[in-house]
Design a binder for this molecule. Sequence first.
Ligand code: GLN
Length: 202
Amino acid sequence: MRFQLTRECRREAGKLIIGILALQGGFHLHQLSLESLQIKSELIRYPKQLDHCDALIIPGGESTTLMKQIMKNNFFDSLIEFANKKSIMGTCAGMIISSCRSSDKLNRSLSVIDIEVDRNSWGRQVHSFEAEIIVNFDIDNPFNATFIRAPKVSRMGHGVESFAEYGDSAVLLSDGRHLMASFHPEIGDDNRIHKLFMGMIK
Ligand code: GLN
């Protein structure tokens, strides 16, 4: 279910550059999702590159490794500064990194959105699954979401809204600026979550 942006949106979107943090994890599929929306993206490996990005995607992967890479490559402060002004979409490990705190001893997280999460809470790699979820911006067309050692949201702060749930847990949420998914919206050919994120970019 590939979607096109309207001509109006495309004209605007043509000017945007979306950074994709490319230190670890599944950054390449995000690039393809953005390509399908005709959005320019750039793989980000140095903090300086953030200067010309209008928004950033932090992909899934392994949050402890990702955080080590963030520290090692001097991204920590730059990412927090970026998030104060611009939108971040965090998926799976990217959501863990962006949260306020997670259940285990991940020494740091960016606290860019007021949520807390429990890592690996849907089970181990072998318990990965796909599920049809109802997204509140397109309720008639379920989204086929892939969960891979996904985090569960244990607390949502004021101003954080759930856009989709699985069971009794929010799996897609936003505070109006940032968008977080505990699943992998870049897997499969449905780019509606990326399109939603594009609409959040000021
Ligand atoms: N469970 C992983 C972690 O804790 C995240 C898995 C993923 O991004 N698919 O980092």
